[in-house]
Design a protein around this ligand. Structure first.
Ligand SMILES: Nc1ncnc2c1ncn2[C@@H]1O[C@H](COP(=O)(O)OP(=O)(O)O)[C@@H](O)[C@H]1O
Ligand SMILES: [Mg+2]
Length: 476
């Protein structure tokens, strides 16, 4: 409890007693009353005055302590205690009203805290970079994606910094400057290719911050007119998909046009009549070969698009790796014999069955064996093998590997990473001449991925190529 007898309280008691005391002293001096009475009355007055003052002071000290508790609770954003004496005087009513106001404020503060947490969570989880600027372009808020996009430190405080200064690309700087100086309060949007800090294709939107009620806006006009929300949407990946698609269509058109114009050309010539029957047969042979090529191309395209769009879901069943390999090799034997290549098949004993789609597995093996036989000269060797693998590799997952190794022409190292792209070939003319579509390895890659497997291509020029596909022993 605080001090009861403050000097001010003592002064009040002394001052209120002074006039009657003075009157009593005068009366005592005039002999009207005896000094004993005068002293007695003054002492009694002092004692009574002090008692009244003490009780008044005690009430005010308690009240001051309660107000102090309310202030402390508010300072700690906590609701204040509601223990009040059941008094009905004016000050008590004021105290009640103060408590109600404090309650309303703490409830509001909690709600704002929650809203702020939600807002921050939304900003954090957004893939788009968001920057809010206040007066004169100073940054008020920026999310993690924005820090990443502009390569800013993850924890540094950029509050108040100029946005133009943070985004170091001149085209972006020009956009920010144009948006913030437009003054019209219009939403601006633009697609910008930036080079700094990395090459990215961005869609940038700048929206002015509007106040919901006009009065508020008038009060804050200086600040609010200058506040902007910038959203940076990274379109790089989308653009690269678009480019891939456009390239694919261009390649496809090209691939279709060549055999088609051969078919048309020779058919026209034959229709006009060819005197020499031998020449006629040769033309027909060309037409047949080109039509087969077209049909292979269409088959591969359908396969690829089915795989890509997931139209034909895989039918997983336990397959014996040895059977898979031998079945495929059997189908390729005739081709190997015609090409003058030895085809060796080897299988580790007691290999466990793997969960896989039979027809798709065949497609993988046939494609790999076909490539090995096509790109290996006469007299060469193709060895196909299956074995348990994956203890150290593939994160310790058990699995089975199929390896197709040839003694062929090999592949330049620079081409290896691109072989699984659609229509990519090391030697386009040669692949066509050998009846290739350029889609085989793209199909292989898709099938392997759908089985959660791995594809590895190793090669040495003029020594040979080894393609390994790994499949997990259990379904993921
Ligand atoms: N075993 C191999 N030896 C040499 N080159 C190969 C081998 N396998 C694939 N390639 C190269 O990879 C390219 C792409 O293969 P693929 O997608 O199967 O298409 P295609 O066989 O129809 O040409 C081939 O054109 C060839 O240049
Ligand atoms: Mg092929």
């Amino acid at each position: 409890m605080g001090k009861l007898f403050t000097p001010r309280l003592l002064a009040v008691v002394a001052l209120s007693l002074a006039p009657p005391a003075a009157a009593l002293v005068v009366l005592g001096a005039a002999g009207s009353i005896s000094f004993v009475w005068v002293t007695l009355v003054i002492v009694l007055g002092l004692v009574a005055g002090s008692l009244v003052a003490t009780s008044v002071a005690r009430v005010s000290v308690l009240r001051a302590e309660r107000l102090d508790a309310v202030a402390q609770a508010l300072a700690h954003r906590q609701p204040p205690s509601h223990l009040l004496p059941a008094e009905r005087d004016l000050m008590s009513r004021v105290e009640h009203r103060l408590l109600e106001a404090a309650d309303a404020i703490t409830a509001e503060v909690h709600m704002l805290d929650e809203q702020r947490d939600e807002f921050e969570a939304i900003l954090r989880s957004m893939t788009e970079a968001v920057v809010v600027t206040g007066r004169r372009g100073g940054v008020v808020l920026l999310n993690g994606a924005a820090r990443q996009m502009f390569e800013l430190a993850p924890a540094a405080n950029y509050g108040g910094r100029d946005l133009v200064e943070l985004c170091r690309d001149p085209r972006l700087q020009e956009f920010v400057a144009r948006a913030t100086s437009s003054g019209g309060g219009e939403v601006m949007s633009s697609e910008i290719l930036i080079q700094n800090p990395a090459e990215r294709y961005l869609q940038v939107t700048a929206a002015p911050v509007r106040h919901p009620d006009g009065a508020g806006a008038a009060n804050h006009s200086a600040e609010m007119n200058a506040a902007w929300v910038f959203v940076f949407h990274d379109l790089t990946q989308l653009k690269s998909y678009e480019t891939v698609r456009a390239d694919f269509i261009a390649s496809l058109t090209h691939e279709l046009r060549t055999p088609l114009s051969a078919v048309c050309g020779y058919a026209e010539t034959l229709a006009q009549g060819v005197d020499d029957p031998e020449t006629g047969r040769r033309f027909l042979g060309i037409i047949e070969r080109q039509s087969r090529r077209l049909s292979r191309l269409i088959d591969d395209l359908i396969s690829l698009s089915d795989l890509e769009r997931g139209l034909t879901p895989l039918k997983f069943e336990p397959l014996e790796p040895r059977r898979v390999l031998e079945e495929a090799a059997e189908l390729m034997r005739e081709q190997a014999r015609r090409a003058g290549i030895t085809l060796e098949v080897k299988s580790a004993p007691d290999l466990q069955a793997i969960p896989a789609d039979h027809d798709r597995m065949q497609q993988v093996m046939l494609n790999l064996l076909d490539n090995a036989l096509k790109y290996t000269p006469r007299g060469g060797k193709v060895a196909a093998e299956t074995r348990a693998a994956g203890i150290a590799v593939n994160g310790g997952k058990p699995g089975v590997e199929f390896v197709v190794a040839d003694t062929g022409e090999g592949i330049p190292a620079a081409d290896i990473p691109r072989l699984t792209e659609r229509f990519y070939r090391v030697d386009r003319a040669r692949s066509r001449e050998l009846g290739g579509t350029g889609l085989g390895l793209a199909i292989v890659k898709h099938i392997v991925q759908l089985h959660q497997g791995k594809l590895r291509i190793e090669s040495r020029l003029r020594e040979g190529t080894t393609v390994t596909v790994w499949f997990p022993a259990t379904r993921p």
